[in-house]
Design a protein around this ligand. Structure first.
Ligand code: KG4
Ligand code: ZN
Length: 351
C-alpha cells in the first residue's frame, strides 16, 4: 500500500510517499527555519504564510521524486495536531481537497505519534553512513518488539509512553513546564547561539567540559514519570548573569553541562519506566533525539546495566518534522474517516 502524507504542523512543509509504512519513495521537506533564525523563534503568522507558499510545490515534487501519479496512491495521511493552527490548517485543507478530488481514503494523524514512527522507516545506505552508522544499520535489521517504552523529546513535548502494540499507547508522564527542546532553545538564546538552540548547543558542547558547572537534575529521582525543566533554565540564567563576560570557552562549558543535566534526567527516567514495565524495546523520537550524546548515553546505560532491551532511534534526518513519519503512522494505524470529519486540532494530545 502506498500512502501520500502531508505534515504542516509548525515550520516545515512536507509531503512524503511511503510504501507499506516503511519504504520511503519520496520525502520532501521545505523548512522556514532560516527565516525564524532571524527572529530567534517562530512567529506563527510567518510560518503559516510559508506553508501556503510551499504546500503545492512540495506535493508536486514528492510525486515527481517517486515517479508516481495520483492513481498509484492508495490513501492520504494528514497531521491534524498538535501544532500551530495557521500552519495546520494549510495542510489539513489541502489534504481534504486531494482526498475529495482524487477520491481517496484519508487518515488523520497525531503529530506526536508520527514522531514515534520515524523508528519504522528504512533509510538509504547513503543516509545511514552520513548519520549514525551503527545505530542506523542496527535499526534496519531489527524489528521493534513490543512492549516498548517511548520517549518523545521535541520542541514542544517531553513524554514517556508505554507502547503495547500499534494503537495501544499508554501515557505515563510528561513535562510539567518546559519541554527538553524548548529548554535547549531558551538556553541557546541566553548564550547568544543561533536558533534553534538544540543542535547548536550540541555542536559547541563538543569543546566544552560537561562537569564545569553543576546544574540541577530536576525530578531525576521522583517516583512518577514526569519531568520539569524550567528550574534548570533558571539555574542557567543565574549562572549567565553571575559571569561578567561570556567567552567561547564558558559558552562551551555551560552548553556541555546543561546538555549533560538534561540527558541524565531523560535516560534515568526512561530506563526506570523500561524496568518497571519489563519492556523489550526503547524507542527515542522527536527533534532532540538527533542528539548524539543522548543516543550514546542510552546505548551505554543499557549495556552497562545488562538490560536485555533493544534501543531504537530514527535516522538523524528523520528526527525533526517530516511527512514520512506521519505516513508510516497512518499505515500502522490505518483508520480512514470521511474527509468531512477531519479538522485541525492545535491542542491534540494523547487520548
Ligand atoms: O520534533 P521537532 O522538529 O519539532 C517539534 O515538533 O517540536 O523538534 C525541534 C526541537 C527544537 O527544540 C530543537 O532545538 C531540538 O528539537 N533539536 C535538538 C537537536 N536537533 C534538534 N536538540 C538537541 N540536540 C540536537 N541535535
Ligand atoms: Zn515535531
Amino acid at each position: 500500500m502506498r500512502i501520500l502524507g502531508i505534515e504542516t504542523s509548525c515550520d516545515e512543509t512536507s509531503c512524503a510517499i511511503v510504501e507499506n509504512g516503511r519504504k520511503i519513495l519520496s520525502n520532501v521537506v521545505s523548512s522556514s527555519l532560516k527565516l525564524h533564525a532571524k527572529t530567534g523563534g517562530i512567529i506563527p503568522e510567518i510560518a503559516a504564510r510559508q506553508q501556503i507558499k510551499y504546500i503545492l510545490p512540495v506535493i508536486e515534487k514528492s510525486l515527481k521524486d517517486s515517479n508516481l501519479y495520483p492513481p498509484n496512491i492508495d490513501a492520504i495521511a494528514i497531521t491534524i495536531g498538535p501544532g500551530l493552527i495557521g500552519s495546520l490548517l494549510v495542510g489539513v485543507e489541502t489534504a481534504k481537497t486531494l482526498a475529495f478530488v482524487w477520491q481517496k481514503p484519508i487518515i488523520p494523524v497525531n503529530h506526536l505519534i508520527g514522531h514515534i514512527y520515524a523508528n519504522w522507516l528504512i533509510t538509504s545506505n547513503e543516509q545511514q553512513l552520513t548519520t549514525n552508522k551503527r545505530l542506523a544499520v542496527r535499526s534496519q535489521q531489527l524489528e521493534v518488539v513490543f512492549p516498548a517504552i517511548v520517549l518523545i523529546v521535541s520542541g514542544g513535548h517531553t513524554d514517556l509512553l508505554l507502547m503495547k502494540n500499534h494503537n495501544e499507547l499508554k501515557w505515563l508522564g510528561g513535562t510539567l513546564d518546559d519541554a527538553a527542546g524548548e529548554l535547549f532553545d531558551k538556553v541557546g538564546r541566553l548564550l547568544n547561539l543561533p536558533y534553534p538552540g538544540g543542535p547548536n548547543i550540541e555542536k559547541v558542547s563538543e569543546r566544552g567540559n560537561n562537569s564545569h558547572f553543576t546544574f540541577p537534575r530536576p525530578m531525576i529521582s521522583s517516583f512518577d514519570f514526569n519531568f520539569s525543566f524550567s528550574g534548570l533554565k533558571t539555574a542557567v540564567l543565574r549562572q549567565v548573569k553571575a559571569i561578567k563576560e561570556l567567552n567561547d570557552e564558558i559558552i562551551a562549558d555551560i552548553s556541555a553541562s546543561v546538555q549533560q543535566a538534561v540527558i541524565d534526567v531523560l535516560v534515568k527516567k526512561t530506563l526506570k519506566a523500561a524496568e518497571k514495565y519489563n519492556v523489550k524495546s526503547i524507542l527515542l523520537s522527536g527533534g532532540v533525539s538527533a542528539n548524539q550524546k543522548l543516543r550514546d548515553k542510552f546505548q551505554w546505560s543499557i549495556v552497562n546495566n545488562k538490560l536485555s532491551i533493544e534501543f531504537f532511534a530514527p535516522a538523524k534526518n528523520l528526527c525533526t518534522d517530516n511527512a514520512a513519519m506521519i505516513t508510516s503512522a497512518a499505515f500502522f494505524n490505518y483508520e480512514p474517516i470521511p474527509w468531512q470529519g477531519i479538522t485541525a486540532n492545535p491542542e491534540l494530545y494523547f487520548d
